[in-house]
Design a protein around this ligand. Structure first.
Ligand code: AMP
Length: 277
């Protein structure tokens, strides 16, 4: 497995890779969620490239950029055992040199949910992903359903900007008790880690109601809110039952629906979602 940091080295290494290329963009501190995407890319592409970059542009000033967990040595071991060929670890200065002033912005889909809770977040995501795509020029790029709105926004951007890249979205990988794997789970102490199952439990409760025929959006959002309210360490930021394609809140569920939420467990902000229908 080769490792590069500068754009010039990345370009040279990319040119030497054979056949179709699959890219897995990550912020590092890897877990089975990331590795499942790498393994899928390994099975579907001739060459596999992973990027590790904690992208400052997608963090607001009050967010956790400085303390975001990092462990490059372990990440490299995991990527190597997943069969990755090339790892790109750009630097913030390389990605955003002094005077950088060009941004990619997807309208509409970025307004609700994570976009409303984290102003500027998606502009940072779409800009960095555009730069990763333009440098690596993969045939396929792999993202996780864990970040459902992000996947939808990237798909839209690729369509709107005519990137010749197939976007593949892998299922959310969970711990045994249902907690969605996330690099941010490392922030949780033992008590918070137990409380963090409330996201999965709330989604499961709403899904069960849906399976018993409940189609009222307010009732389903109410179930999510109620389960979260019962957990003293949890503070809800938003709950949503939205149209899967437009992400608009639904009064009545008819087609494919995204149930999603952002919840603070102590100081740690976690997100999760289920797809219904
Ligand atoms: P991140 O390092 O958090 O930016 O995540 C990099 C990629 O891995 C994104 O496409 C995420 O959606 C995906 N990912 C993160 N957590 C999971 C998970 N638990 N299951 C599946 N994919 C995930």
């Amino acid at each position: 497995m080769q490792m590069v940091s500068t754009l010039a080295d990345l370009r040279a290494a990319r040119l030497a890779l054979p056949g179709t290329a699959g890219l897995i963009p990550t912020m590092g501190y890897l877990h089975e969620g990331h590795i499942s995407l790498a393994r899928r890319a390994r099975a579907e592409c001739d060459s596999v490239i992973a990027s590790i970059f904690v992208n400052p542009a997608q963090f607001a000033p009050n967010e956790d950029l400085a303390k975001y967990p990092r462990n490059l040595e372990r990440d490299l071991q995991l990527l190597e055992s997943a069969g990755v060929d090339l790892v790109w670890t750009p630097t913030p200065e390389g990605m955003y040199p002094p005077g950088f002033s060009t941004w990619v912005e997807v309208e509409g889909l970025t307004r609700p949910l994570e976009g409303a809770a984290r102003p500027g977040h998606f502009r940072g995501v779409t800009t960095v992903v555009t730069k990763l795509f333009s440098a690596v020029q993969p045939e396929r790029a792999y993202f996780g359903q864990k970040d459902a709105q992000q996947a939808a926004v990237i798909r839209k951007m690729v369509r709107d900007l005519d990137f010749p890249i197939e976007i593949i979205v892998g299922p959310t990988v969970r711990e045994a008790d249902g907690l969605a794997m996330s690099s941010r789970n490392a922030y949780l102490n033992a008590e918070e880690r137990k409380a963090a199952t409330v996201l999965f439990n709330a989604l499961s409760a709403a899904q069960q109601a849906y399976q018993h025929g409940e189609r009222d959006g307010d009732v389903l959002r109410g179930i999510l809110r109620h389960v979260i309210d019962l957990q003293p360490l949890a503070r809800m930021q938003y709950v949503s039952a939205a149209d899967y394609d437009t992400l608009e809140e639904l009064q009545t569920l008819t087609g494919k629906t995204l149930l999603s939420m952002a919840v603070f467990i102590g100081q740690t902000r976690l997100i999760d979602n289920f797809v219904l229908g």
